[in-house]
Design a protein around this ligand. Structure first.
Ligand code: OGA
Ligand code: MN
Length: 219
């Protein structure tokens, strides 16, 4: 088995922890989906109430002009190339003392503990940002790991959209090897989990504002 890669044979199925069975089941949906299909999804990682509160945070950040154009690659070589991606972002941080961001981080801490305990992944850090794709925005096909820094091991995206329709576009389009494209609609409450250096993916043009929290589990 290679470094941090998960495999179904090495994931211990049970481990006594203090998180609820409900959360364990949600976490395992993400992990098992990843082990079996290279990408895990679940509907209940964030509660409906937390989705709503984080969406409200994002709205306020956008209105107060705190969301910034996202870079490509690490900050030093950021090109702000609108031809590659056209979303705007804002990094979450516990120092903001925002109860909903902290609730989000508590949940992520529980997920990382569960992942490390069941799959020996050795994750010891993470970074997450809010992302807003305005109408007409997209992110072309890419991997999430930088060429110059391989610390990003797993990618997670949590959608915050209310009432998303098929015609709204903005799907996460996953390019599997030797398999049809997989389209995931950014429906509020849906979360996805995959390995950052493995899955090529893109965000298709969105026909209305598209909101998410996106980030990476790191070593
Ligand atoms: C990213 C990304 C996908 C999405 O921010 O790197 O690929 O569905 N986002 O928002
Ligand atoms: Mn990506």
């Amino acid at each position: 088995m290679l470094d941090n890669e998960l495999s179904s044979t090495t994931c211990k199925k049970s481990f006594a922890r203090s998180i609820s069975l409900f959360l364990q089941d949600i976490f395992d949906q993400l992990i098992n989906g990843f082990v079996e299909h290279k990408i895990g999804t679940t509907e209940n990682f964030l509660s409906t109430a937390l989705v709503q509160s984080l969406r409200q945070n994002l709205h306020l950040l956008f209105e107060s002009k705190k969301m910034q154009a996202a870079g490509i690659g690490n900050q030093a070589v950021a090109t702000h190339n609108k031809l590659i991606r056209s979303d705007v972002i804002f990094w979450l941080d516990r120092s903001h003392n925002d109860i909903f961001e902290n609730e989000f981080f508590d949940l992520m801490d529980a997920f990382v503990l569960h992942l490390n305990h069941t799959c020996y992944t050795g994750i010891n850090g993470y970074e997450f940002h809010y992302a807003l794709y305005e109408k007409g925005s997209f992110y072309t096909k890419h991997l999430d790991q930088f060429k110059s820094n391989d610390s990003r091991k797993y990618s997670m995206i949590m959608y915050l959209n209310d009432d998303w329709q098929n015609a709204d576009g903005g799907e996460l389009c996953v390019h599997h090897q030797d398999e049809p494209l997989q389209l995931i609609a950014p429906i509020g409450g849906t979360s996805v989990f995959f390995q950052s250096n493995e899955l090529l993916h893109e965000v298709l043009v969105t026909n209305k504002p598209r909101m998410s929290i996106t980030g990476w589990l790191k070593v």
